[in-house]
Design a protein around this ligand. Structure first.
Ligand code: HEC
Ligand code: HEC
Length: 352
């Protein structure tokens, strides 16, 4: 009895061990680490070494930014530049994340200094066009692609951030811009411009010029952002499917497969709804979209759903433009508008 209970006790301990140690590790994680792991690590790397998002662990980066800059960046995000806004996080949660980020690199960092820097934006424009526009874009719209994934150009390991971005402009101080220009960021394509032959006056002027950047307004309507594109077909189910196949091939797509639910899914009201999905693809377009943002892979290949219900045949596609908004990526909009227009042409042609 005694031996048995000892055995049982040991057995229970053995069973519990992995769980309890796992549990201990879990609770040892700070709130900041947990939040960072859950919401940031996928893009910025577990140790802040970068990914789709730019690195946060670099010494020069940390030494140039205040806690307030980090907090504001988290809260506001960078609209249209992939970096999401974490608007619902409390100030305490954001402070915990900032503390965790500071742990990546234990360097001294500045207090927030919002003293404006006086400069001449007209002279700054010249400096900007000669020294900055090649990476940060003519209007400060930032570099193309998504960080260190396969869309990254090899000679530019880190994508230049957008400087005309409302989130960036609200978070950054003049002092921090100037500091970044003076020191550069070792380990990135952003070099020190004092070393590159500009003087402090030039830098003040370029700061003044950057402050004048305006982000281009989004001009998407509610209709642009409808979740699905839906058309009613005047034909029967099979006829509609054939008609879509023809339209798809006519637009130079390759048909992948048609998936049918012929076995009859019976709805609660006993009415039979028939549903088919037509999968198709265009490799040139697919490659282009993946290069802009690899996350679109989740929604490829292209597909159109045909549903017969209550004597009606409906054809539907997900609105690609709605997807690019979910990804918070302005660059993707152009490809998605193109894709949406193609879907509409196919759907209209098939239901004509
Ligand atoms: C060779 C490309 C390149 C050039 C040229 C360049 N930058 Fe950068 N810049 C970058 C990259 C890449 C980063 C991001 C560095 C990082 O990962 O922290 C950056 C970061 C910055 C930042 C900080 C932005 C932020 O969100 O952290 C500012 C401000 C900036 N650059 C301004 C300028 C200005 C002004 C010039 C011209 C005087 C210039 N850059 C020239 C590539 C460049
Ligand atoms: C879906 C990917 C993604 C997620 C998730 C994400 N970021 Fe970002 N983040 C980015 C990208 C991309 C940029 C650069 C924006 C640009 O290119 O203009 C960025 C920029 C930043 C910057 C500015 C860096 C600089 O050099 O000034 C900070 C700080 C930052 N992110 C922190 C965070 C934190 C903290 C989280 C989690 C709470 C987070 N990000 C979640 C993609 C992401």
């Amino acid at each position: 009895m005694k031996a048995k209970s000892l055995f049982a006790h040991l057995f229970a301990l053995l069973l519990l061990l992995p769980f309890s140690s796992g549990h201990a590790a879990e609770s040892a994680k700070s709130v900041g680490e947990q939040l960072y792991t859950q919401h940031c690590a996928a893009c910025h790397g577990t140790d802040g070494d970068g990914g789709v998002g730019i690195p946060l662990a670099l010494t020069d980066f940390q030494a140039s930014v205040s806690d307030n800059y980090l907090a504001k960046t988290i809260k506001l995000g960078r609209p249209g530049r992939i970096m999401p806004a974490f608007a619902t996080f409390t100030d305490q949660e954001i402070a915990a994340i900032v503390k965790h980020i500071r742990g990546f690199s234990n360097v001294a960092y500045p207090k927030d200094n919002r003293t404006p820097i006086k400069g001449n934006p007209t002279l700054g424009k010249k400096v900007y066009e000669q020294n900055c526009a090649s990476c940060h874009g003519q209007n400060g719209e930032g570099g193309s692609g998504t960080g260190v994934t396969f869309s990254r150009p090899r000679h530019l390991p880190i994508i230049a951030p957008a400087l005309n971005n409302s989130g960036f402009q609200a978070a950054i101080s003049d002092e921090m811009i100037k500091h970044t220009l003076m020191k550069g960021r070792k380990g990135t394509p952003m070099t020190s411009f004092l070393k590159n032959g500009l003087n402090e006056k030039d830098l003040d002027n370029v700061v003044a010029y950057i402050r004048q950047f305006k982000q281009q307004e989004q001009t998407l309507t509610a209709e642009d952002l409808a979740p699905t594109l839906t058309y009613e077909s005047p034909y029967g189910l099979q006829e509609t499917i054939d008609s879509i196949k023809r339209a798809v091939l006519g637009k130079n797509f390759r048909l992948i497969r048609v998936q049918t639910f012929d076995d009859g899914y019976v709805a609660k009201d006993k009415q039979q709804a028939n549903k088919s999905i037509i999968y198709f693809c265009n490799f040139e377009f697919l490659n282009r979209a993946l290069n802009i943002d690899p996350r679109v892979g989740m929604f490829l290949p292209c597909r159109i759903t045909v549903v017969e219900s209550k004597g009606k045949v409906l054809v539907m596609a997900i609105n690609p433009l709605r997807l690019s908004r979910l990804f918070n990526n302005n660059e993707l909009d152009k490809a998605c508008i193109e894709m949406r227009d193609l879907y509409i042409e196919i759907l209209e042609e098939a239901t004509l």
